[in-house]
Design a protein around this ligand. Structure first.
Ligand SMILES: C[S@@+](CC[C@H](N)C(=O)[O-])C[C@H]1O[C@@H](n2cnc3c(N)ncnc32)[C@H](O)[C@@H]1O
Length: 215
């Protein structure tokens, strides 16, 4: 009896994700810094910055967790501003009884709810117009401040309002895009006490991180 062989021909098409080769590359960025540009960017494809790639972004998450755990107890309310599709929010949720991610892109927030809505809460909201019912005892802002034009005012007036007195604020950004102090000069020392700073490599960039306590 002859041997039965099966030939499987795999036809690779790019129909399903025409952006696959671009996602996560330096050249693939939103066309502007406003909410509409962010929404348009997320509408093109899922996870356009490849932020959910643990091999690339896991080191950041580990350091954020360690910093928050070292300087705070378990938090009651943690807020992640500019949470994108909720990946970092999700990886911080066990540090807090209630964890909320906000982002200006409705598409990003829909995906965050779809993937992590059982463990975290998500809302469409911008850093300038968010009005929480109660302040938070931890706020995280990572990879977001470059997109804001009135950074100093938003930090010292809006973010300051979102944080309870004594609460922690963690910021982390790509070092080469965040000035020589990693945005630290924007923070009013009468409102925010700098507790610690750190630089570390992550993916293809060096990151700078600062942890503040609200006075
Ligand atoms: C590069 S992603 C960073 C996502 C995530 N925080 C991280 O570190 O992986 C920047 C995010 O900031 C959001 N964003 C930009 N401007 C914002 C604003 N004014 N208020 C809230 N989110 C904003 C964008 O929609 C986008 O999801």
């Amino acid at each position: 009896m002859g041997q039965l062989t099966t030939n499987v021909i795999v036809v690779k098409t790019h129909m399903s994700d025409p952006y696959d080769d671009l996602r996560g590359s330096r050249n693939f960025q939103p066309s502007g810094n406003d909410a509409e540009s962010m929404e348009e960017f997320f509408s093109r494809c899922e996870d356009p910055w490849r932020l959910k790639d643990l091999a690339r972004h896991g080191p950041r998450i580990e350091i954020f967790r360690a910093m928050l755990q070292q300087h705070g107890p378990k938090f009651r309310r943690l807020l992640d501003i500019g949470c994108a599709e909720g990946f970092i929010t999700y990886h911080l949720h066990d540090l807090s009884e209630f964890t909320l991610g906000i982002d200006v892109s409705p598409t990003a927030i829909q995906r965050a709810i779809r993937d992590y809505g059982r463990t975290c809460s998500f809302e469409v909201g911008g850093i300038s117009d968010f009005r929480p019912d109660e302040p938070f005892d931890a706020v995280v802002i990572t990879g977001v401040l470059y997109y804001l034009s009135d950074q100093r005012q938003l930090i010292n007036e809006n973010v300051s309002l979102y944080l309870a007195s004594g609460g922690l604020l963690l910021i982390s950004h790509i070092k080469e895009s965040s000035g020589h102090t990693g945005f630290v000069e924007l923070f009013d020392p009468e409102r925010f006490q700098l507790i610690t700073s750190k630089e570390f490599p992550c993916d293809e960039y060096d990151q700078s991180l600062h942890l503040f306590r609200k006075r």
